[in-house]
Design a binder for this molecule. Structure first.
Ligand code: GSH
Length: 208
């Protein structure tokens, strides 16, 4: 079985995969994509043109949720991944919501970095960025209500824990969002960020 992850150093989604491979002690090669966005040839791997892409025996696995699930299938360490063995609908929902939150936060940032300005009257009738911020706050509240002392599962660590922490650490360096003040989330970020898997995947400083 060969595993290769194509990643961009700063990508929170790719970091989720890289953290998971370390937590599961998988033998996964990592190939850094240094262009952003990934070059045109990358569409041959992933028609969405995005990282991460995990190649498993030559099959391209994306988006992130599928790449994470594929790595879990490869695990040999039985401990501490009990609930991910057969994830409940609720567990799958939590992970999906976190990944959708990531897409929301990223597009909010991209709109800003691209310097997008109104090109005419707002026919939508609402402010896109204001709506995104409301969605982000409501989603963080929803997640906070689901966190316990050990994160989103009774195990030491689970996919949703990894996903949310990668995402929030990314926002810290790329434009903070108001996630603090939620004790469960704060405790989880502090706890998880101290793990070797996170230390080893810390992105290089961002030029901005
Ligand atoms: N929803 C996607 C998000 C992945 C994503 O946004 N990747 C970014 C890097 S963080 C990317 O490759 N962007 C390049 C592009 O969109 O063209 C997933 O779950 O994989």
């Amino acid at each position: 079985m060969s595993l290769i992850c194509h990643y961009v150093d700063g990508s929170p989604f790719a970091r989720m995969v890289r953290v998971l491979s370390r937590e599961l002690a998988l033998d996964m090669e990592e190939i850094e994509v240094t262009d952003f966005p990934p070059p045109p040839g990358f569409f041959d791997l992933n028609p969405l043109g995005q990282v991460p892409v995990v190649m498993r025996d030559g099959t391209a696995l994306f988006p992130t949720e599928i790449a994470l699930a594929a790595l879990l299938q490869q695990r040999t360490r039985p401990s501490s991944w009990g609930s991910d063995r057969n994830p409940s609908l609720a567990d799958r929902q939590t992970l999906s919501v976190i990944l959708a939150l990531g897409d929301q936060i990223a597009s909010l940032r991209y709109r800003d970095w691209a310097g997008l300005a109104p090109s005419g009257p707002n026919r939508l009738g609402f402010d896109l960025d204001k709506r995104a911020l409301e969605r982000i706050a409501a989603t963080l509240d929803w997640l906070e209500a689901r966190i316990g002392a050990t994160g989103f599962s009774d195990d030491d660590i689970c996919l949703a824990d990894i996903a949310l922490v990668c995402l929030l650490l990314w926002t810290e360096s790329r434009g903070p969002i108001a996630w603090r003040g939620r004790p469960g989330i704060e405790a989880m970020v502090g706890r998880m960020a101290a793990r070797d898997s996170f230390a080893e995947t810390t992105p290089r400083p961002w030029a901005g």
